[in-house]
Design a binder for this molecule. Structure first.
Ligand code: NMX
Ligand code: MLT
Length: 440
């Protein structure tokens, strides 16, 4: 069939059966352990949760339902007639169902999303009246998601005594509506904050049928190349397994049966941290600062090395490098580099980013602290955006957030379909650790 809900419904029973069988068979096996150092150290590498939509390999990077980014670029449906990047809706279908969708399935999902896409007028009015200059775009974004929450099907169903077995249906309903509305919400924030509140009326979007092009047009960009960038961007930022701050926050808050709007808003507050999604903003700020500090001097390895050390010696991280799990160059960085090599090979800022790819890992290796000196997704995204004229770096994390809805909400629907319980790990005090191990 071409109806996402019906296709998904068919997946639940076999998956549920599989989980029950695996738990019967391996329920008492040890998946991971947690040392005292790991408990103090951000639980790095502790295997303690399941997450179905994607899996991160430290060497190879992310796979969405088993497919690498180049495989997704090859296999997922693209915009007609000549799009080269996957359609974001096709990735959502893949993440939710595990299947590569057909063109007809994607077309029906797009149609469904279009019907849901309009943001209620009074929500737009509140967004328009926010103090745009004082309120970071991510604060506006999280607030907007909470404003949309009043229409939550999950919250209404729970209040009306819905049966637990139906939660996933309400959760899917909310996920689709929220995802469909995020482009208009995100664009509203952009145009309010940086373009004097001059908006592109959604009624004038013409043939902007997919999420990428719709977002591009609402932001105020007209070039087909930027449409393609938005498609790529929305696909590669969508999901990064379950332990990253935003995905984990969505899962955690959702496990209290807070509805998908509440849960996703929590994830966005986490994404707004500079060690997580806000790093894309920080990268552009850092690149601009680097150019200023470089002045008239040439962009040599020696000069850039000196400036990287200056950043480190000032007590700052080099944004866009390092990762809690990855130990090689992020394939999301590579996908963006390939886009740049195809569309903007001569751009000055791209030249700088390319040069830093040679310089920074050496500096970080020499410093000897980082476990991974290689660039991550955020090192590259701002350079592509600024090339097409989206220069307001404080806005960049909102785009990351729009994309992250695709993965975290698909995963949240599965959480409810599998009836996962409240998340509530046990904590101990330092005093407890001292006493406990002292006695042994
Ligand atoms: N520049 C300078 N120092 C770094 C960097 C970096 N890019 N990355 C890690 N370190 C330091 C880190 O602060 C720590 O120092 P200390 O012992 O003094 O606390 C030490 O190296 C060991 O850290 P790791 O174990 O390598 O990294 P961890 O898993 O703790 O953190 C990040 C991962 C991503 C938070 C870290 O690499 C970082 O801060 N990177 C820069 C910010 C960034 O690009 N974040 C975006 C990540 C991707 N995303 O979108 O979320
Ligand atoms: C992400 O995309 O969530 C980041 O790379 C951070 C992570 O995986 O921890």
């Amino acid at each position: 069939g071409t109806n996402l809900k019906e296709v998904f419904r068919e997946k639940i029973e076999p998956m549920h059966k599989q989980v029950v069988e695996l738990r019967e068979k391996y329920g008492e096996e040890v998946l991971g352990t947690c040392t005292v150092s790991q408990a103090y150290g951000g639980m790095r590498s502790v295997k303690c949760m399941t997450y179905e939509t994607s899996l991160l390999d430290p060497e190879e990077g992310i796979r969405f339902r088993g497919y690498s980014i180049p495989e997704c670029q090859k296999l997922l449906p693209k915009a007609k007639p000549d799009g080269a990047e996957p359609l974001p809706e096709s990735l959502f279908w893949l993440l939710l169902t595990g299947d590569v969708p057909t063109d007809a399935q994607v077309a029906q999902l797009q149609e469904d999303m279009r019907e849901r896409a309009r943001v209620p007028a009074d929500v737009l009015k509140i967004l328009d009246s926010m103090p745009h200059e004082q309120l970071h775009p991510m604060s506006q974004f999280a607030a907007a998601i909470n404003l949309l929450q009043r229409e939550s099907a999950m919250a209404a169903a729970y209040a009306n005594g819905a049966n637990k077995s139906s939660y996933w249906e309400h959760c899917l309903e909310d996920a689709l509506t929220l995802i469909a509305r995020l482009p208009e919400v995100a664009a509203r924030i952009y145009r309010n904050t940086f373009h004097g509140g001059k908006h592109v009326p959604p009624g004038q979007l013409g043939d902007a049928h997919d999420m990428g092009k719709r977002l591009a047009r609402l932001l105020g960009f007209e070039s087909p190349e930027f449409d393609e960038l938005m498609r790529l961007y929305l696909v590669i930022h969508a999901d990064h397994e379950g332990g990253n701050v935003s995905a984990h926050a969505v899962r955690l808050v959702g496990s209290a049966l807070s509805d998908p709007y509440m849960a996703f808003a929590a994830g966005m507050n986490g994404l707004a941290g500079p060690l997580h999604g806000l790093a894309n903003q920080e990268v552009l700020r850092w690149l601009v600062q680097l150019r200023q500090r470089l002045g008239d001097r040439p962009m040599t390895t020696e000069n850039l090395t000196e400036l990287c050390w200056q950043t480190l010696n000032e007590g700052h991280v080099i944004p866009g490098f390092g990762h809690a799990v990855l130990r090689k160059t992020d394939p999301r960085y590579t996908a963006q580099r390939q886009f740049a090599l195809k569309h903007l090979p001569h751009d000055d800022m791209f030249q700088l980013v390319s040069k830093l790819y040679e310089v920074v890992p050496q500096v970080l290796e020499a410093q000897g602290k980082v476990k991974n000196p290689w660039p991550n997704v955020d090192q590259h995204s701002g350079v592509l955006l600024q090339y097409y004229g989206l220069r307001e770096s404080q806005y960049y994390t909102v785009l990351f957030g729009v994309s992250r809805s695709l993965g975290t909400l698909a995963s949240l629907v599965w959480d409810r379909a599998l009836g996962l319980p409240l998340e509530r790990p046990k904590s101990v005090t330092t005093e407890w650790i001292r006493e406990h191990f002292h006695k042994q």
